[in-house]
Write a protein that binds this ligand. Structure first.
Ligand SMILES: [Fe+2]
Length: 435
């Protein structure tokens, strides 16, 4: 499920017309394997299924390397996870490689420009979930590695120029750090029970595994730090954060609040995602005494949550989350009002849309009513957009929901000429990008 080549699906709305386009991201992996006519590059999640399969995959990759078909310095990723707009440029991302720059042309076509090596060096990677501060247009991001330093934090300035990296030496093993959060002053990283052990490959096992004895942690570092010397970690037992929703500071900066989905049981994240329950939780970290409090903010199996992007790193009220039916299928979307969350509150869901039987959606994405000035109106004054597939009629649609309405009413729908497979993350791109 996690290894397929990245395919982008775009609906371009302009002049009262909607244009649909689906294109593979033309990664080095995609182009090489198309030229050779068979798989060459190891798939991280599926290649290591027992010793014979692992040996076969390693033999193919090594033979290709010897035949000079395969140059590992050019990356291994499928750019299949997410999209980000960085300094006005659009990128397709997958955490096992550097981002690939893509463009959406005026006619709606999607074009791959290439691997963006200005964000790293040969063999390097970058997270699929960078965070942009809407006020400064700076982007905060990181990469993880199978060798020390296992995590490196860095900033890309408003002009798109990568700044020096902060190696996180206090992380003493490779963990699957899929996402993180920023506040006005801090970056918050998870250290979950999902660990990466390349040595397992020689035993025919996947390099990703679960360390049940490990206590999950959160690491806090100032986002303008010049070294990780001031980074500190707090234990958060039972909290395995895959996706952060948002974070901010309260109490004059004495409390860092993180809203995120917590996956349980973590053992099934890698092999049986349909058995995973993701809970939406609020974690409060006291910066002074390093104590931690945690409470749920909504009932249900919720992940792929989004907010109004103008509020990244700032206190926000509304979260929109996909309902696992079970995951990876998404049976609807909820709207959560975080202002209702108190130590005694329960479910803070204030609106819900359940799709028709047999219909499943993608990640909802919030589009402000004035996308060029998303902070101009109320936080929830905008739309939720997603793809919807009907397994009964085999039809796919692009739908637009009113994020302010009590039932997240569908106010527009575009019937698509082809299937949009269930996927991961999306983005809204203003019309003037790439112009
Ligand atoms: Fe993700």
């Amino acid at each position: 499920m996690f290894d397929g080549d990245g395919m982008l699906h775009a609906v371009t709305v302009s002049g009262g017309r909607a244009t649909f386009c689906s294109r593979f991201v033309k990664t080095y992996k995609y182009n090489l394997e198309k030229e050779v006519g068979s798989p060459v590059i190891l798939n991280v999640f599926s290649a290591f299924n027992g010793l014979p399969a692992s040996l076969a995959w390693c033999s193919v990759a090594f033979a290709s390397f010897l035949l000079r078909q395969y140059d590992p310095r050019r990356g291994v990723g499928a750019a299949n996870t997410s999209l980000a707009l960085i300094s006005g440029k659009l990128f397709a991302l997958g955490e096992s490689d550097l981002p690939y720059r893509v463009e959406i042309r005026a006619d709606g076509d999607i074009v791959t420009i290439g691997r963006h090596e200005a964000f790293g060096e040969p063999y390097m990677t970058m997270t699929a979930h960078p965070k942009m501060d809407a006020e400064t247009s700076e982007v905060f991001t990181f990469r993880h590695s199978i060798k020390a330093p296992y995590l490196s934090f860095f900033r890309i300035n408003a002009e798109g120029i990568k700044q020096p990296e902060i190696p996180i030496a206090s992380l003493n093993e490779a963990s699957l750090v899929h996402d993180f959060a920023i506040t006005r002053n801090y970056a918050v990283f998870p250290d979950p029970q999902i660990v990466i052990k390349p040595a397992e490959i020689v035993r025919g096992q996947a390099p990703l595994g679960i360390d049940a004895a490990k206590v999950p942690r959160l690491g806090i570092v100032r986002r303008c730090a010049e070294s990780d010397g001031e980074m500190w970690w707090v234990d958060v037992p039972g909290f395995n954060m895959m996706h952060a929703v948002n974070a901010w500071e309260e109490d004059g900066g004495d409390t860092v609040v993180v809203v995120a989905s917590n996956v349980q049981p973590v053992e099934h994240v890698l092999d049986r995602v349909d058995l995973v329950h993701s809970s939406m939780v609020r974690v409060e970290i006291n910066v002074r005494d390093e104590s931690v409090r945690r409470r749920g903010v909504a009932a249900g199996n919720l992940d792929f949550a989004v907010i109004n992007p103008a509020y990244v790193g700032k206190k926000n009220r509304y979260v929109y989350a996909a309902i696992g039916a079970p995951m990876p299928k998404i049976g609807g979307v909820v709207k959560i009002d975080l202002s209702l969350s108190t130590k005694d509150s329960g479910d803070c869901t204030v609106a819900r849309r359940i799709y028709a039987p047999g219909c499943y959606g993608g990640e909802p994405f919030f589009v402000a009513k004035e996308p060029d000035n998303p902070a101009a109106a109320a936080e929830d004054d905008g739309y939720l957009v997603t793809y919807l597939h009907d397994e009964n009629s085999e039809e796919s649609k692009f739908i637009v929901m009113d994020a302010k309405s009590p039932n997240l009413d569908v106010i527009a729908a575009v019937k698509l000429p082809g299937r949009v497979p269930y996927g991961f993350h999306g983005i809204f791109v203003p019309h003037n990008t790439n112009s």
